[in-house]
Design a protein around this ligand. Structure first.
Ligand SMILES: NC(=O)c1ccc[n+]([C@@H]2O[C@H](COP(=O)([O-])OP(=O)(O)OC[C@H]3O[C@@H](n4cnc5c(N)ncnc54)[C@H](OP(=O)(O)O)[C@@H]3O)[C@@H](O)[C@H]2O)c1
Length: 235
């Protein structure tokens, strides 16, 4: 059966690579973008005119997310895989505390931690309509409290730790609906966020992660926070 996949932050980086990979695998892909004129996505749309549906989606705006639901409902009555991928760092994230603009933490928290929960809430019925839906929250090792050695990136690290808690709460709540919820550390990738010195190619990472998601069962006996090899990551 053709999978219906929704990805936030699909204009570039890992989100774009997920869209490309799922299209190559024959899925119907709803690519959430803030700017509908995304050049990269328009090129992909030429290759997959019927399977790629760009959807305007800013994860901070409930009204826009609700419009996105209506748009998706024109094509399908269910979502099999939701990938909450959109995220940011603030401009002063890598500054030491004395120089960091801590007020910027709020926007980062809004996008990285609250945004995924907003999207899940809005798309919940479509997820429930799937036989065995998966919600994938793209987290980070930087959200792991027990392994943390950093002294900076308050905005980003705290938002990803909060996303991990959101993942656990969703996992507990949605077990009864046979919806699997995962938090995934994708690794350090060469994207706008990761920079050019990063170790991993984002398309190769997307392929590896899609393989893992396809292996996963919905029995509730697997770890919830994993790395890009499928191993459990410490909270
Ligand atoms: N890169 C790494 O090394 C690394 C490591 C660990 C975890 N991660 C995680 O992996 C995921 C993807 O990261 P990436 O490296 O691909 O990042 P990226 O290249 O910076 O792309 C971020 C994406 O998020 C979108 N976005 C930002 N704010 C948004 C909002 N309010 N609503 C909707 N979309 C929004 C951007 O859209 P616009 O084009 O409109 O700005 C863009 O598509 C993130 O969750 C990140 O935290 C990345």
């Amino acid at each position: 059966m053709v999978q219906s996949v929704l990805i936030t932050g699909a204009s570039r980086g890992l989100g774009y690579c997920f869209a490309r990979k799922y299209l190559e695998d024959g899925a119907l892909v709803f690519a959430g973008v803030r700017d509908m004129n995304s050049e990269s996505l328009n090129l992909l749309k030429q290759q997959y005119p019927d399977k790629l549906i760009p959807v305007k989606l800013d994860v901070t705006a409930t009204s826009i997310i609700n419009e996105a639901v209506k748009m998706v409902e024109k094509y399908t009555d269910h979502i099999d895989i939701l990938i909450n991928n959109a995220a940011i760092h603030s401009e002063t994230s890598f500054e030491v505390l004395e120089n960091a603009d801590i007020d910027q933490c709020l926007e980062v928290y809004d996008i990285n931690a609250v945004g995924p929960i907003r999207v899940v809430k809005a798309f919940l019925q479509l997820l429930k309509n799937s036989q065995a839906a998966q919600i994938i929250n793209i987290s980070s090792e930087s959200g792991s409290i027990s392994t943390c050695k950093r002294e900076k990136e308050f905005d980003y690290c705290m938002s990803k730790a909060a996303l991990n808690m959101g993942t656990k709460l969703l996992s507990n709540y949605l077990k009864k609906d046979n919806i699997k919820v995962l938090a995934v550390h994708p690794g350090w990738m060469r994207t706008d966020m990761g920079g050019s010195n990063a170790a991993l190619d984002p398309y190769e990472t997307a392929c590896q992660l899609v393989y893992l998601f396809n292996q996963s069962n919905n029995q509730g006996d697997e770890p919830i926070f994993i790395d890009n090899t499928g191993n459990e990551f410490p909270w």
